[in-house]
Design a protein around this ligand. Structure first.
Ligand code: NDP
Length: 454
């Protein structure tokens, strides 16, 4: 009886909070979703710890410190003027300089960046490194643009963004549509304008301050996290069949690490569909994917043509039987029906390489079936963690070896897993969503309390 009453009170609390948030941030659906997912774990915790309630810490954490929106004008190869929007959402710098990637994709809007920035605050807190949370980017679409057009866009974008960032202020990195090419153009322009050679961006080239393993870190880290979840249950990735979505940075290095731990990957995708390779993606085939996606910027259907496997247009890979799912493309790619299908097919673990790839309904299907579910803010934190280490190396003017950085990545992912277990264990099941949300919240919230009302 009392449990039912508490549950009702908790869901009423969440409903009230989210309904107020929706009124104040109309039309920002992804932001509403991200806050609701965190509120479901954090608001009951706050009820038990009134110091956070009195100081309205969670209310404060859902309002960004500031939002910068700006015009980006550039000229295409035909001499035609083009206009895009640039964004930087500096969400919270309680525990360190703002840190978070830049996304270039035509679908983005203010709500996308607010959801990503909000998530980043919790994720960065979980890494154990001193980093606040931010996110930004543009509705610019790099697809189909020449290198020169991408360069002119990146330079125009940085010509405004440089005012708002700095090595001790805000340190952007890559995300969807922003890889080493874009980071290099932006860093070059920042340096030209400012005449400062500082660690103002991460994901830089190795010759100019980049960290070894940064490129691999998000995918590798996600696989390490899933291995930790399985080890905690006395199991491992070895011999498991994995379904991976996406074929960009996160997907590629997820595949690489799954293979090195003895697992098998049977799918890859992009925004046009997925390939199913029942005999498994090998390292050799992965090299083809890297060249296809990073150099030629082609479509994943070419994999199917090259290796004689099936291509399924306009759908995600979630109907394929697997033990482990690694959604590594974009937000909300696993909806309720996909989650049901995965559970029905025997999926035992999910590692979210992408940010918020599973809907709230999908998450409850997984937790209802006791699937090990590694939420993005924990599972994909390896990327930003190594970005944090890139900042340290830049400040110290040195470079750690590949082995040193990978060892640190493993330790950080283990530590994030332990924090989730500490705050999310319920009987014999670890609720990693709850664990990650509460652990991420406590560090930022306690720091905000220490600062007083600001
Ligand atoms: P990339 O741009 O390298 O690759 C993105 C991949 O996802 C591509 O295969 C792309 O297909 C596919 N994709 C993008 N949008 C959609 C869509 N709307 N529907 C279906 N497929 C889509 O990006 P990353 O690999 O860097 O990022 C992937 C995810 O991981 C994102 O959610 C990102 O926020 C997250 N992430 C990335 C980190 C990093 O270090 N890079 C760190 C933490 C999280 P196509 O080629 O057709 O566009």
């Amino acid at each position: 009886m009392s449990t039912t009453l508490t549950k009702k009170t908790n869901s009423a609390l969440v409903e009230e909070f989210v309904s107020d948030l929706k009124k104040k941030n109309p039309g920002e659906n992804e932001f509403h979703q991200a806050v609701q997912e965190v509120a479901e774990s954090v608001l009951p915790f706050i009820e038990e710890n009134p110091k956070y309630k009195i100081a309205k810490i969670f209310e404060r954490m859902t309002v960004p410190d500031r939002i910068v929106i700006f015009r980006v004008c550039w000229e295409d190869d035909n001499g035609v003027a083009q206009v895009n929007r640039g964004y930087r959402i500096q969400f919270n710098n309680a525990i360190g300089p703002y840190k978070g990637g830049l996304r270039f994709h035509p679908s983005v809007n203010l709500g996308t960046f607010k959801f990503l920035g909000f998530e980043q605050v919790f994720k960065n807190s979980l890494t154990t490194l001193p980093m606040g949370g931010a996110k930004g980017g543009s509705d610019f679409d790099p697809k189909g643009k020449t290198d020169n057009e991408v360069m002119r866009f990146c330079q125009a974008f940085m010509t405004e963004l440089y005012r708002h960032i700095g090595a001790d202020v805000d340190v952007p990195a890559g995300d969807i549509g922003v890889g080493s090419r874009e980071v290099s153009y932006m860093f070059g322009q920042y340096k030209r304008i400012n005449n400062h050679f500082t660690g103002v961006l991460t994901g830089k080239g190795i010759n100019f301050g980049g960290s070894l393993i940064r490129t691999e870190a998000t995918g590798y880290g996600c696989v390490y996290f899933v291995e930790e979840m399985l080890n905690h249950r006395g199991d491992s990735i070895k011999g498991k069949t994995c379904v991976v979505s996406g074929s960009g940075n996160v997907a590629q290095y997820t595949v690489e690490k799954v293979l090195s731990l003895g697992g098998k990957v049977v799918t890859l995708s992009d925004s046009s569909g997925f390939i199913y390779d029942p005999s498994g993606v090998t390292l050799e085939k992965l090299e083809f994917v890297k060249e296809l996606k990073d150099v030629r910027r082609g479509r994943i259907s070419e994999y199917a043509e090259k290796f004689g496997v099936e291509f399924f247009p306009n759908q995600g890979p979630w109907s394929i039987r697997c033990d482990i799912a690694f959604p590594s493309a974009t937000q909300n790619e696993i909806v309720e029906e996909d989650a049901r299908q995965l559970v029905k097919n025997g999926c035992i673990a999910v590692g979210e390489g992408a940010n918020m790839p599973t809907t709230i309904e999908g998450i409850s299907i997984f937790s209802g079936a006791k699937v090990l579910f590694g939420p993005s803010k924990a599972a994909n934190a390896g990327g930003v963690a190594i970005s944090g280490l890139e900042m340290s190396q830049n400040s110290m003017r040195l470079r750690w070896t590949r082995e040193e950085v990978e060892e640190k990545l493993k330790t950080i992912m283990k530590d994030i897993h332990n924090q989730c277990v500490e705050h999310g264990t319920d009987g014999d099941y670890v609720d990693y969503v709850k664990g990650a949300n509460i652990a991420g919240f406590i560090k930022v919230a306690d720091t905000m309390l220490a600062y007083g009302i600001i």
